[in-house]
Design a binder for this molecule. Structure first.
Ligand code: SF4
Ligand SMILES: [Zn+2]
Length: 558
């Protein structure tokens, strides 16, 4: 199942924006709202006294998962937060009843803004359409939803338009190959999303019972189509097929947290379950009949409200059609009514200045998410340039089809320890070349300034070597993951941003292929001996030193 992640500052103001819960593709942090499923670990309820002195400091842990499962609760230590707003309340305070009573107001508002952002995939639901026509819309919505993960609407529109022009139907997409879809995805990033579309199209094409369409049952969609999670299944089926399926993406998470004044750890299973349950109740409460009661409209209206009005910062409450029923808005004036029943087991205290009796802003909802520390990683990257009669060419390898930067091309790279010496890093690069190439000789090499590159969960440092090989023929490849690419091939290769930065460190910019004054063809005769030569040393940007000796590591592999 595809995972989406959540952040305290929900992100891309996309559309139908699946923004905050982003797809985890190895390049981003994973968070699965469907952790609210029945199999998720139960949170441990933390009871609070019915009342306590205002501004008192208390220790409180957010709901902690118990039993099996990987979900981790965010641990909140009130000692770290200082004083908090005194807002004892029962869980029933978070009822959806008032919002359900105001659904018409939001649906009316949505009618006025439905076309404001010019999203070509946003089409009014029409119950009279054939299943094939609805299936076509399902495909179009699916493509848009996948593109919108971590990407804004304005960026997605041209990509979506050219994608649909190239693969007008899901059947057309099923015949594409991964290189084509990666190429069409270039510029959107997170290539694993493109792969998930291709895999999903092939799954549809491979199952006769689907009739060449994405299924209209959200459970089947989630189970049978690779990469489709609960959110996307709800979005596709509610918008294209008119199914009463709820959705909770980052925008809906934020809007519901504010409407219901829920201040609970964002990724805690109990929080996620609560929000999915609330979204389900609201979809069920929609008026029956055609037109107004369409769940797809309601879902899009909630997302649109989150993207354009109830934004992460500076929400425009005065322009909000749900202002009258918004509990966050009401709490600006007064705390919740004192509870007659046991206190809420979901909410954590809201930090506030000493003595505060009301919340300082509606933006205290949803509760801020603690940022997970990124891990440090280091890789030795060897930009390997062969110079010969047909040269120059560059050695690239294709990354595995799963994991970080899946299926993309890169110069030979290998992980190294942060503490490894320059000599060790060079040795690691040369050992990688020996794994990839038959007999070869490194004629010269240059160490460039390390290149930092930040992924959502990894602080990567690339330690860059530029190695030059000169011979009559490019050395024979020992690995089917490796290839010698000429300048045109390199320019057309699907590579990540980190590779472009590394390349720029060596050649000055991505798309430039020779250092300094250009590449000199090698002499016809092979060099007798591997030895760094000053005259071959490229004058790349960020050059730090050329002292690394070839004497230590073996540079000639037989
Ligand atoms: S009133 Fe304000 S906080 Fe409440 S839902 Fe509307 S924009 Fe969001
Ligand atoms: Zn609560």
């Amino acid at each position: 199942m595809r995972k989406r992640s959540s952040s305290g500052t929900p992100s891309s103001p996309s559309s139908s924006e699946a923004s905050v819960f982003v797809v985890s593709d190895g390049e981003s942090e994973a968070f699965d709202p469907s952790g609210a499923s029945e199999s998720s670990p139960e949170p441990e309820a933390v009871s609070e006294p019915e009342s306590e002195p205002r501004g008192a400091k208390r220790k409180r842990a957010a709901p902690t998962p118990k039993g099996k499962g990987k979900a981790k609760a965010e641990i909140i230590d009130i000692e770290d937060l200082g004083s908090s707003v005194h807002r004892p309340h029962a869980r029933g305070y978070h009822s959806t009843a008032a919002v359900a009573g105001a659904q018409d107001a939001l649906l009316d508002w949505f009618e006025g803004v439905r076309d404001a952002r010019g999203m070509p995939w946003r089409k009014r639901y029409d119950a009279a359409l054939s299943m094939d026509a609805k299936g076509q819309r399902a495909y179009e919505i699916w493509v848009s939803e996948v593109m919108l993960q971590q990407t804004q609407v304005a960026t997605v529109i041209p990509f979506w338009t050219s994608w649909i022009a190239r693969w007008p139907t899901i059947g057309d997409l099923a015949t594409a190959d991964v290189e084509e879809v990666n190429a069409a995805w270039r510029g959107l990033g997170y290539y694993r999303r493109a792969r998930s579309l291709l895999d999903g199209a092939k799954a549809v094409a491979g199952k006769k019972s689907f009739g060449g369409r994405l299924p209209d049952d959200p459970d089947v969609l989630e189970k049978e189509i690779p990469g489709v999670g609960r959110y996307t299944a709800g979005a596709i089926t509610s918008m294209a097929y008119g199914v009463r399926a709820p959705i909770v993406d980052g925008n809906v998470h934020r809007v519901l947290s504010r409407l219901l004044a829920l201040h609970a750890p964002q990724t805690a299973p109990a929080t996620i379950r609560f929000l999915w349950d609330a979204a389900t109740v609201l979809v069920d409460a929609l008026p029956r009949g055609q037109g107004r009661g369409i769940a797809g409209d309601w879902n899009q209206a909630l997302m649109e409200l989150g993207a354009t009005v109830c934004r992460p910062t500076a929400p425009e409450c005065g322009a909000c059609p749900l202002e009258q029923v918004c509990k966050a808005r009401a709490e600006l004036q007064a705390p919740p009514p004192p509870p007659a029943t046991p206190t809420c087991d979901l909410c954590a205290p809201i930090p506030a200045p000493d003595g505060a009796e009301t919340i300082p802003s509606v933006t205290v909802f949803p509760m801020k998410k603690e940022k997970k520390a990124s891990r440090e990683e280091h890789e030795a990257v060897c930009v390997t340039e062969w110079r010969g009669p047909e040269g120059p060419k560059w050695l690239f390898t294709k990354r595995p089809e799963k994991g970080l930067l899946a299926g993309l091309y890169e110069p030979p790279s290998t992980p190294v320890a942060a503490s490894s010496s320059d000599k060790d890093k060079l040795a690691a690069s040369l050992a990688t070349l020996a794994d990839l190439l038959d007999s070869h000789e490194v004629t010269s090499h240059v160490t460039h300034t390390p290149v930092p590159h930040i992924f959502s969960h990894i602080n990567m440092t690339y330690h860059v070597q530029h190695a030059v090989l000169e011979s009559d023929e490019p050395p024979t490849l020992k690995s089917d993951r490796a290839a010698w690419l000429d300048a045109d091939d390199v320019a057309a290769a699907n590579v990540g941003t980190g590779v472009k930065k590394v390349w720029a460190g060596v050649y000055g910019a991505w798309g430039r292929f020779a250092a300094g004054k250009g590449v000199k063809p090698a002499p016809q005769k092979a060099k007798p001996k591997a030895k760094p030569r000053a005259k071959d040393t490229p004058k790349g940007r960020g050059l730090t030193q050329t002292k690394l000796s070839l004497a230590g590591p073996k540079v000639k592999a037989e």
